[in-house]
Design a protein around this ligand. Sequence first.
Ligand SMILES: Cc1cc2nc3c(=O)[nH]c(=O)nc-3n(C[C@H](O)[C@H](O)[C@H](O)COP(=O)(O)OP(=O)(O)OC[C@H]3O[C@@H](n4cnc5c(N)ncnc54)[C@H](O)[C@@H]3O)c2cc1C
Length: 372
Amino acid sequence: MTTPVTIIGAGLGGLLLARVLHLHGIASEVYEAESSPSARMQGGLLDIRDHNGQPALEVAGLTEEFRKLILEGRKAMRLLDRKGDVLLDVPDDGTGGNPEVQRGELRQMLLDSLPVGTVRWGHKVGGVRSLGAGRHEVAFANGAILVTSLLVGADGAWSRVRPLLSGTTPEYTGFSFVETHLFDGDNRHPTSAKIVGGGAMMVLEPGKGIVAHRERGGNLHTWVMLDRPQNWFADIDFTDPGAATARIVQEFDGWAPELTALVTDGETPPVLRHIHTLPVEHRWHRTAGVTLLGDAAHLTAPNGEGANLALYDGAELGKAIAAHSHDTESALAAYEQAMFVRTEAANAEAPELRDLLGDSTPHNLINAFTGS
Ligand SMILES: Cc1cc2nc3c(=O)[nH]c(=O)nc-3n(C[C@H](O)[C@H](O)[C@H](O)COP(=O)(O)OP(=O)(O)OC[C@H]3O[C@@H](n4cnc5c(N)ncnc54)[C@H](O)[C@@H]3O)c2cc1C
């Protein structure tokens, strides 16, 4: 290839692709909307799966660095009821399968593996248009414009590249999450740290739940999950953290104080995330010079697969481009055909939010774990 591959989005998928291309001597430029790597907190723990996330990191030559990031013992999982009584306690099995790492540390590892200057921070794509013959013009909000003959949309849920390939837009699932952080839980929030335990803690009821993880340094990262229309949240003023927290915690009236403290004692402003998905069978017809990976291609509600699939897409696309470096159309066609089949199967099998927060929760989860 004579010109660099243009990748939009420095998430896990886009960076993994850039790394694999680099290993094959193929230049890429990654354009990222955020102003710097530390512009925002980078989500929580990810279990990097043996069958997709880890093989992708192997292709990227980063297995050793990845292993240094693993948080031991974090596979422990406990399910509680609203009073804080333990319904199910599954210890870390110690086998090291699907280990947990901090998303921010994984992203930084990928950034460190690329030549300096590969990522162009502060480049938010505003619009993209076809110039014909596989060439595309990318216009950035900062006024910059570029023309490329190989464009990859790795720009997540609200991809600006996706409309070149597909008219499908994400739909609201009916669920939203509110994210909070309590830092140094063991010393500063001991009752909440105790109830979260060594790994993940879940309290699930029909239509609502609290899920928390023990992260590095005993930080407690919580997702409040609510089954509500978007306009229910629109009436809450999230620019006023105190008022927003008070309104959200009202939904958990009667729950144990150690549980509600995960919300009310939050040390960062609560962040609202509406959960959207693309249809599980989302596909498009081959269009010269452009493709998608990760959430831009196959957004789902959180099901433990998304980051892993994004990493795997990056590895597979990188390998395909390297194998067909004089015929990128063949590379994109091969990558897409395999990706469509792989992601549809993975997402069809993965647990759905409406199962976790449906009428039969938490008994269905207990049955799934105990085999009863
Ligand atoms: C609450 C929650 C919990 C989750 N938990 C897990 C989990 O435990 N395990 C798991 O595997 N997955 C999990 N996921 C899913 C996972 O986060 C995504 O599937 C994964 O991040 C997708 O990676 P990506 O590289 O495709 O996109 P992203 O990580 O979204 O990265 C896209 C990048 O593109 C940038 N960008 C966006 N728009 C533009 C633009 N216009 N111009 C330039 N840059 C742009 C963004 O700033 C971002 O850096 C979770 C998701 C959520 C919401």
